[in-house]
Design a protein around this ligand. Structure first.
Ligand SMILES: C[S@@+](CC[C@H](N)C(=O)[O-])C[C@H]1O[C@@H](n2cnc3c(N)ncnc32)[C@H](O)[C@@H]1O
Length: 218
């Protein structure tokens, strides 16, 4: 999120909620206010993330989109052949995604990353959700995302880069991005780059793969 006035408002609302001990309670009110035309969702470009395009594999297996918002990235993965489940904590965001993409075949569901069912997918895509959490909730979110990758499956994480060492809202440190590699999930490549925005924003695009029993034995 860059610093336009609306983004500054959202940053303030998020910071207030987090300091009041409510990590995720501000998302639905924001989407719901946007639904009534009373707010803007600053990350909702209504187009697939340009940093995902050309970087997601094609495939016919199952894919999961974490924190899917209005559903554009999920629809993009479906167009690559994946059988996609996409979830968000905000019922309003999920309802909007279903309405926007009625024929996509994507299963848009309301779910909380911090209380997921026992899901496993061949491809998991996480873009900008974990970075909106901090502290214990962020640690739990990283573990939850990593836990959804099936044996032999892949994880793609895109996040804003925090060049420092202290965790903070809205970006991930090098240690945090590396921490998705756990419980048999191994890094494939962790790319640090600047995007095309003006001024350019530092980002991570990181790929992980869960080794299979055959990999481990071989
Ligand atoms: C910064 S937005 C990014 C949305 C989308 N991934 C994108 O790149 O445009 C974070 C999204 O994660 C959702 N979210 C936040 N915490 C969540 C949680 N615990 N479980 C599921 N979704 C969550 C929010 O509702 C929001 O749609």
């Amino acid at each position: 999120m860059e610093s336009t006035p609306e983004r500054a408002d959202v940053r303030r609302i998020a910071a207030e909620a987090v300091s009041a001990g409510d990590d995720t309670g501000w998302f639905e009110p924001l989407y719901s206010a946007a639904d009534r035309g009373e707010a803007t969702v600053p990350w909702a470009d209504l187009t697939p993330n340009p940093m995902l395009i050309g970087h997601a594999p094609t495939g016919t297996g199952t894919a999961l989109v974490v924190g899917c918002g209005y559903g554009d990235d999920a629809q993009y993965l479906a167009s690559l052949g994946w059988r996609v489940t996409a979830f968000d904590i905000s019922p309003t965001a999920v309802a909007t995604a279903r309405r926007r993409f009625p024929d996509s075949g994507v299963d848009f569901v309301v779910a909380d990353l911090l209380a997921l069912p026992d899901w496993r997918f061949d491809l998991v895509v996480e873009i900008y959700t974990v970075q909106t959490l901090i502290g214990d909730a962020r640690d739990r979110a990283v573990a939850a995302v990593a836990g959804t990758v099936d044996a032999g499956g892949q994880l793609l994480v895109i996040a804003r880069d925090n060049p420092g060492h202290e965790p903070r809202l809205w970006d991930l440190t090098e240690t945090e991005i590396a921490s998705f590699a756990r419980d048999g999930l191994e890094p494939v490549d962790i790319e640090r780059f600047r995007d095309d925005e003006q001024p350019p924003v530092p980002r991570w695009r990181a790929r992980f793969r869960r080794v299979t029993a055959a990999d481990s034995n071989g």
